[in-house]
Write a protein that binds this ligand. Structure first.
Ligand code: ADP
Length: 257
């Protein structure tokens, strides 16, 4: 319990610090960006224009990073809806594939009759993207990346502290570098990264972990050096039967009285 408290206090302090810095930094980037816009109209030389473009791109990247930091710092309330994760992955597949590269064999295996979950879809998509980017980074020479979904019935405490019940599991597996135990045990810590400066923030997995546990689920890591890594996201299923809702939309029932 002490460790949990310490972690919570650490997160709180980090949140305040990063929130403040990210906010001010974002404002500075906005000033830079609009100044560059003004200059770009005056430039005629192609080389100068190209230079300006690469500056704009660097600013965009910087502002993406500060957005990440801000969303980490804010801990916004979740905006949940009842959805089928298979359907979400289907509509997000193109984006996920683009995050890979040509040397990576990308497979999606969706489990049949997947139970519905209640979740913040935007943040779930962001989590998936985080996991796919990590998997890609772990396979610089290519390999296999798989997203697998399925129903699971868990016993009490079978996965960390989760109570027994009906869950779904979404796995992102790669055949990459894997992690030694001293890395695997720290990956949920904010700012823990083994990537070079500018390539990683160390916020990806800590955000995924925070979001999934906030959603009533949990995250499990199976990893083996030289073989690869599988990250399992467990999410509690909606108990209520959705069998009647073939189109999913007719599922909102509000009994009157
Ligand atoms: P970042 O990707 O910015 O470093 P993360 O929190 O997403 O931040 O990941 C933290 C660290 O965990 C990574 O730097 C890497 O060492 C390790 N890691 C995460 N995913 C994988 C993976 N699929 N394979 C190997 N190592 C991984």
């Amino acid at each position: 319990a002490n460790a949990a408290l310490f972690q919570a206090q650490k997160m709180e302090a980090l949140g305040q610090l990063t929130g403040g810095v990210a906010h001010d930094f974002n404002n500075l980037l906005a000033v830079l960006s609009s100044s560059l816009d003004v200059i770009s109209v005056k430039l005629k030389n192609q080389d100068d224009l190209r230079l300006l473009e690469s500056m704009q791109r660097a600013i965009e990247r910087g502002s993406m990073l500060t957005q990440q930091l801000l969303s980490f710092a804010r801990r916004q309330p979740l905006q949940t809806e009842v959805i089928n994760i298979n359907r979400l992955i289907g509509s997000f597949e193109a984006v996920l594939r683009r995050a890979g590269n040509s040397a990576i064999d990308f497979q999606i295996a969706m489990g049949a009759e997947l139970r519905s979950v209640e979740i913040d879809t935007a943040r779930f998509e962001a989590s998936l993207l985080n996991l796919v980017v990590n998997a890609r980074d772990a396979m610089p020479n290519g390999g296999q990346l798989a997203i697998i979904t399925g129903n699971v019935d868990l016993g009490d405490g079978e996965v960390n502290q989760l109570p027994a019940g009906a869950y779904i599991c979404v796995t992102v597996a790669d055949t990459g570098t894997g992690m030694p135990p001293d890395v695997a045990s720290r990956v949920f810590e904010p700012f823990f990264t083994t990537k070079e400066v500018g390539k990683g923030t160390g916020l990806g997995l800590s955000q995924v972990y925070g979001f999934i546990t906030q959603s009533g689920g949990d995250v499990k890591i199976d990893t083996s050096v030289g073989k690869g890594t599988a990250i399992h996201l467990y999410l509690p299923a909606i108990e209520r039967s959705m069998a009647s809702g073939v189109d999913g939309a007719s599922d909102e029932e509000h009994p009157s009285g």
